[in-house]
Design a protein around this ligand. Structure first.
Ligand code: NDP
Ligand code: 2IT
Length: 443
């Protein structure tokens, strides 16, 4: 494989999609050897086909705000690869997104979904709509308009969206209501639904819990345990909150969390009930934490979360949030392992630094796959028209994270015994998808 030719071609065709180029580059670097050892991949132009989405849908989303002004946003859905099953992946509502963001997220999703062992292809979508500061009825009108176009492209066996940044239970509810109204069918077309109307138990918690389960497996490999460990977490959204919940349940101490404005440091251990109150119920800012918890410090520099002494670092906010400087600070402070709760939060130079220094580094494709895994289990429950108990789902999630961990070890173990989880996850995911593509012929 000539990976430089492929990357140069992507850059030439779409020079402003840097995040997508970054995601492709990392995968190609990991799989180069297995690609060259399997001539059927080159003969079938697997890579050239894999980096091109099967379909990109872009659409206008008009809606009116509470003052009656007409607003227009851009909607996206990338149906990237369906070799493993229906397109599957979240919707992100955030003002900074562009087509390149969704291409990077959709590309990552293909391999992540393959790693879960469940029949799901890769997709991603969303909008540059900013839910922050909008009323519930504005969010509802936006979601209804978004679904009025999206509904014709999705379906329980075609493409099954879910949540991501800015899309949680409230948004999934409005999107589902509009889909159901248009098609006149109650079916499993979205995941992350309310548990009272077709949602799976543990889906809300799944990404954070799964992240901690795989970190536990990593610690076990190193004859260690999460109990008594100090943990730095970035973000204060869905992934961060439930990662913190599981860490605390297992006897670890979370000392930092953040949002897009800044971070809090509470060396007594974060009061998670207060974080949930501020972020989930009031939709407020994390700085409010110090109003009642005077011992905690607030910093407007989000990166301060990586400057504390910690055993485990869980970046759970957004892409490229943990840079080389942060990786160096973590290593100086004896951090043992970084596990990516967010998608691509660690920059490429920071990943290289962590790997070179033999700090544990569990990539998002493996580490945050618990969310989409339980989405897959929600699809299974929907198609059987039944609902498993929280324990049944949690046990399955634990097993899936265990299997993902073992695949990383199988394909990532180096001659000196160090496990490169980035390489392991990329190879394991790629082989499943590439073999399926070969089987399906030239399509
Ligand atoms: P939420 O919207 O629930 O939370 C996002 C958190 O990250 C918030 O604290 C937010 O702060 C912060 N954040 C968002 N954008 C930025 C930014 N540009 N800079 C700094 N902080 C930012 O999203 P999720 O928790 O669902 O998603 C977090 C990450 O996890 C994303 O990378 C997502 O793709 C990934 N992920 C999510 C899964 C899921 O099931 N939800 C599954 C797998 C991965 P603020 O409140 O100020 O906006
Ligand atoms: O990045 C992700 O894996 C998600 N946002 C979850 C996708 C899903 O379909 O549950």
């Amino acid at each position: 494989m000539n990976k430089n030719v492929i990357i140069d071609d992507l850059k030439r065709k779409a020079p402003n999609e840097a995040e997508f180029h970054q995601a492709v580059k990392e995968v190609l670097a990991s799989i180069e050897q297995v690609y060259d050892e399997n001539p059927q991949f080159e003969a079938n132009k697997i890579i050239e086909r894999l980096v091109m989405p099967e379909r990109i849908i872009m659409f206008r989303v008009p809606w009116s705000d509470d003052e009656g002004n007409v607003q227009i946003n851009q909607g996206y859905r990338i149906e990237f690869n369906s070799s493993m099953g229906p397109y599957k992946g979240g919707l992100r509502f955030h003002p900074d997104v562009s087509l390149g963001t969704f291409k990077f997220l959709g590309f990552e999703q293909i391999f992540k979904n393959a790693l879960t062992g469940l029949p799901m292809g890769g997709g991603k979508g969303g909008s540059d709509f900013n839910p922050k500061g909008k009323s519930d009825s504005e969010v509802m009108r936006f979601c209804q308009s978004f679904m009025t176009e999206l509904y014709r492209h999705i379906g329980a066996n075609t493409d099954v969206p879910a949540g991501d940044i800015g899309v949680g239970g409230r948004e999934i509810g409005y999107l589902y209501g509009q889909y159901k109204r248009i098609v006149n069918r109650f079916e499993g077309v979205l995941t992350g639904k309310g548990t009272g109307w077709g949602g799976s138990f543990i889906r809300k918690e799944a990404t954070g819990y799964g992240l901690v389960y795989i970190t536990q497996h990593w610690l076990q490999e190193h004859n260690d345990d999460i109990k008594g460990k100090t943990v730095a977490i970035s973000g204060a959204g869905n992934v961060a909150i439930y990662a913190a919940e599981k860490v605390i349940e297992l006897g670890g101490k979370v000392i930092t969390m953040s949002d897009s404005n800044g971070c809090i440091i509470d060396e007594n251990g974060i009061d998670l009930a207060l974080i949930k109150q501020i972020k989930e119920i009031e939709r407020g800012r994390i700085s409010e934490y110090t109003n009642t918890h005077k011992q905690a410090k607030y910093s407007t520099n989000r990166n301060d979360v990586w400057k504390m002494r910690c055993d485990i670092a869980l970046p759970c906010a957004t892409q490229n949030e943990l840079d080389l400087e942060a990786a160096k600070a973590l290593q100086d402070n004896d951090c043992m392992v970084v596990a990516e709760g967010a998608n691509m939060p660690v920059t490429p130079d920071a990943i290289d630094f962590l790997l070179e220094n033999k700090v544990g580094m569990i990539p998002g494709k493996a580490a945050n796959a618990g969310g989409v895994a339980v989405s897959g289990l929600e699809m299974t429950q929907n198609s059987m028209m039944l609902q498993w108990t929280p324990k049944e789902v949690d046990d399955k999630l634990f097993q899936i994270m265990n299997t993902i961990h073992d695949q990383c070890v199988k394909y990532g173990k180096q001659p000196d015994g160090y496990v490169n989880y980035v390489k392991g996850a990329n190879i394991a995911g790629f082989l499943k998808v590439a073999n399926a593509m070969v089987d399906h012929g030239i399509i």
